[in-house]
Design a protein around this ligand. Structure first.
Ligand code: PLP
Length: 389
């Protein structure tokens, strides 16, 4: 069909989901697929959170809530944000959303339009670019290089801003690299952005709790100079192993909150009520399962980084957060997409090609280590086999 709204032809997809679909097909056909493609914790949601949702249903919470979410949950978000970042947030600036992705969607519906430039990480989360394309805005790639541990250079970022720039999207710890932006770069950026009062920042902090080696997360919301222009995206999917619950939030500055709220009213009305109660328990309840999940991720990260670096023509930096490694893999001039495809079809390992995250991702593979240690060991065996073939 070629007579639909022309924007719809521009929207992209997320290869992690198509790779997951293909993996499931292979599994159905009896293949033992090692799934290192999709970005979701391999841990169950903890029991106290599940119980809170069940209790909410039994207590009769079956209707709509206000579109921005129940006030107890928004207060819990504000308290949690204060505890972690020492920044006071008004609960009325918090919009509870069906997953963090909705915050990207709404932000781009507010800022994206033809003639506008949006700076976005490259390599970076696929949904940013898809939505920028859908809105007809121009993506301006901000390179995140391996030699900088996959962080950006603030001066380079500032040099990309011009009169058409309306939004900068940043993500730390990052998908697909696990890279963390150091505080020094954020400080330079905040200082430099004083010159551009019309430029907003979407700070995707969905992995902000998943940090290793005593790394500290600095929210862009904690920089006074730009605070009123920062939209924070965070949520429960990764930290609390709740990807299927579809629960996230955006902290939208007062100047644009009403637009985000109207989008919510028109699109999702409100997030499932029992899930909102579960979200309160997640934030206020026992945090030990979060901590043990992070400890386990660290063991896996250390194993993968060490083993991958022992393989000829593979090199991998040690990421500071999230649950991905992003090794550079060179094999006979194959593209990352050819390697990923071969690994899936011939070795039954699901990975995501680096090129799906932008042109600076070419030559790399995203490996999600949200999988058991014995599967990671098997993966290392198979990748060694592949590199020696
Ligand atoms: N932002 C980043 C960087 C992500 O990696 C993801 C999920 O993979 C999201 C946002 C969306 O999270 P959610 O599942 O809560 O929509």
């Amino acid at each position: 069909m070629d007579d639909l709204n022309k924007s719809i032809y521009a929207i992209g997809s997320d290869s992690a989901f198509s790779i997951l679909a293909r993996s499931n097909e292979l599994i159905k056909n009896g293949k033992d697929v090692i799934n290192l493609g999709i970005g979701q914790p391999d841990f169950p949601t903890s029991e106290n959170i599940v119980e809170a949702a069940i209790k909410a249903l039994r207590d009769g919470h079956h209707g709509y809530s206000s579109a921005n979410g129940i006030v107890e949950l928004r207060k819990a978000v504000a308290d949690d944000f204060f505890q972690r970042n020492k920044v006071k947030i008004d609960p009325n600036e918090v919009l509870i959303t069906p997953g963090g992705k909705a915050v990207i969607f709404y932000t781009l519906l507010i800022f994206g339009q033809p003639g506008v430039e949006i700076i976005t990480p490259d390599p970076g989360f696929i949904a940013y670019r898809s939505m920028i394309d859908y809105m007809g805005a121009k993506t301006v790639a901000l390179p995140h290089r391996m030699k900088n541990n996959f962080s950006f250079d603030a001066e380079e970022l500032l040099s990309l801003i011009n009169e058409k720039t309306r939004l900068i999207i940043l993500n730390s710890p990052a998908n697909p690299t696990g890279g963390i932006v150091p505080k020094s770069e954020l400080e330079k950026l905040a200082e430099g952005l004083k010159k551009y009062p019309n430029v907003f920042i979407l700070s995707d902090e969905i992995y902000s709790r998943i940090l290793f080696d005593n790394k500290i997360h600095y929210s862009l919301k904690s920089f006074e100079e730009i605070k009123d222009r920062v939209i924070v995206l965070d949520g429960w999917s990764k930290t609390y192993a709740m990807t299927g619950w579809r629960l996230g939030y955006g902290i939208f500055p007062k100047s644009i909150f009403k637009y985000a709220e109207k989008l919510a009213i028109n699109c999702h009305s409100c997030v499932s009520i029992p899930n909102q109660f579960a979200g309160i328990e997640a934030l206020n309840g026992d945090q030990s399962s979060v901590n043990s999940m992070i400890d386990e991720f660290k063991v896996r990260r250390d194993f993968l980084v060490k083993e991958l670096n022992l393989i000829k023509d593979v090199s991998c930096v040690k990421p500071g957060g999230a649950f991905y490694v992003f090794p550079k893999i060179s094999k006979d001039n194959f593209s990352s997409s050819e390697i990923s495809n071969y690994l899936l079809e011939e070795k039954f390992i699901a990975t995501v090609p680096g090129s799906s995250f932008g042109q600076n991702g070419e030559g790399y593979l995203r490996i999600s280590y949200a999988n058991k240690m014995n599967r990671l060991k098997k993966f290392i065996e198979l990748i060694k086999q592949f590199m020696n073939e």
